[in-house]
Design a protein around this ligand. Sequence first.
Ligand code: ADP
Length: 253
Amino acid sequence: MANTIISVKNLCKNYGDFQAVKSISFEVNEGEIFGLLGPNGAGKSTTLEIIETLRDKTSGEILVNGMDLDKQPGDIKKIIGVQLQASGFYPGLNLVELIKLFAGLYNQPIDPMELLKKVNLVDKAKNKSNELSGGQKQRFSIATTLINKPKIIFLDEPTTGLDPQARRNLWELIKDIKANGTTVIITTHYMDEAEQLCDRIAIMNEGKIIKLDSPDKMIDDLVATGFERLKQVKAANLEDVFIHLTGREMREE
Ligand code: ADP
């Protein structure tokens, strides 16, 4: 049996009269990639920001690595990595300087070049963040989640706006992070990405979790209802065509 690293029980969040999160319960297993999916407004960010200790809850119980969110928010912060918004990357500093700055805030000794190597940005060490391509910015943003050597990282739509090559490159990075034993919680609107990456997925809608399972099981369950795709599935899709024509290698470097 997998160990539970995050346990959420009857979590509710109201904004005034509006119930954004309606008594949801779920568990995340240590070492898995867990996807939180759902349409805009479903309550995903609210849920994740509460677990990240960035937002207050209305009610419910949350344990992170055995620690109660109500009692030990400071200790929880120490073992999680949250993506910093690109707007927080001081434009005057280069990547090494930014890593040193963040490491200082976390009070963590770190080798900036080793971290940049992990995310394939050694060549950009002396560049400023506004000199990076979209994919490089995302990789750097993921690197910032790793600075405090967290047990769990939270990735919020990490591949939105990237070209297919950069997206695949990021998937490899996220798989590497999982392979190193880090638990990953990810939100995405790309179902192919969720299918590729996630061990399990929770689908949220209107403040509730309406399904939680592995992608494979969810698809099997749908097929078992007699569901059939309207269109004949071809042996390749347009993304395959794009990658076939333009190659897998990254362009931005
Ligand atoms: P998602 O991340 O799934 O798009 P959110 O958690 O951001 O959803 O939002 C869930 C609902 O709560 C939405 O209807 C949103 O408008 C509302 N909401 C989010 N933050 C606030 C806030 N600070 N004040 C009032 N309503 C909010």
